[in-house]
Design a protein around this ligand. Sequence first.
Ligand SMILES: CC(=O)NCCS(=O)(=O)O
Length: 349
Amino acid sequence: MSQLSGKVQTVLGLMDPDQLGRTMTHEHLTMSFECCYFPPPVGDEAVAENPFHMRHMHWLRQNPYSCHENLLLQQETSAVRDELLVYRKAGGGTIVENTTTGLDRDLPTLKQLAKETGVHIIAGAGYYVDCTHTEATKKMSVEKLTDIIVSEVLHGADGTDIRCGVIGEIGTGWPITESETKVLRAAAHAQTQLGCPVIIHPGRNPAAPAEVVRILQEAGGDISKTVMSHLDRTIFDDGELLEFAKLGSYLEYDLFGTEMLNYPYNMEVDMPSDCQRVKTLAFLVKEGYEDKIVVAHDIHTKNRLTKYGGHGYSHILKNIVPKMLMRGISQHQVDKILIDNPKRWLTFK
Ligand SMILES: CC(=O)NCCS(=O)(=O)O
């Protein structure tokens, strides 16, 4: 038994899991999403240069990835601080900050935000998707990658003594690349050593989540301590969703607040509305998965902050919870989704 056993690890240190409270399991507070810039539609280049005006709000919601400045969430620490204070007032306790290597992780800023706002912040270890892996990362063995991830949890990351409390979001695409496969194996090996939670960003194909689970399992990973993120843009068929749910990971709906007509990274996808997300949660609850659901907003662009007319980090607590209750999810089940499930997942074995 390690000293982490039975605890959760925030950027301010070890904590009793009962202190977590309501938890968003997938957010970003400071990061860059420049790696995923997507050119604007032809004719919209001028708007993309300077979209932060009321008249461009709709454009920005529809094309969030087509404006370089919108991808620089790390420029908004002051606005994020204000939002976290609102989150606390709205009854929020904890945020799992999923920024890993490749997305400009900034642990000192996370620590400062935790101190200033009283929100518990849990930082992520490991690597984002292949296009952000450096040549050095791509050359590393699984053993070396494992050592780095373990060290980020036990000793601190990015040259600091600030420790990560979760592995991920580990980034994967579709098909999963060789380098991403090595990182997945390393995440599984590190999880075996540490008994810690893991969270995955799957590729944008309905088969991607199950393939990730297969690779993790083969490497000895604990799927019951793993969250599969972004299911709202990945699996659309109820039958396929139930097949995936049987594999035993936590099922994360983490794009609450995102409403867009065209999802640029996969034009086949019709991004669901929040009402459709709630309907899917109610379906999963009815099918017996209330102990496996977790939720979040995955804020990763500026336009989703309230400062820019977005929904902010309190949208689920303020607007989605009442809708869940209206659609037949009980208060007890809501508490499982917001408190009990994240707590179980985040507690080191
Ligand atoms: C930061 C991040 O990876 N967000 C997910 C964006 S996606 O469009 O759902 O893949």
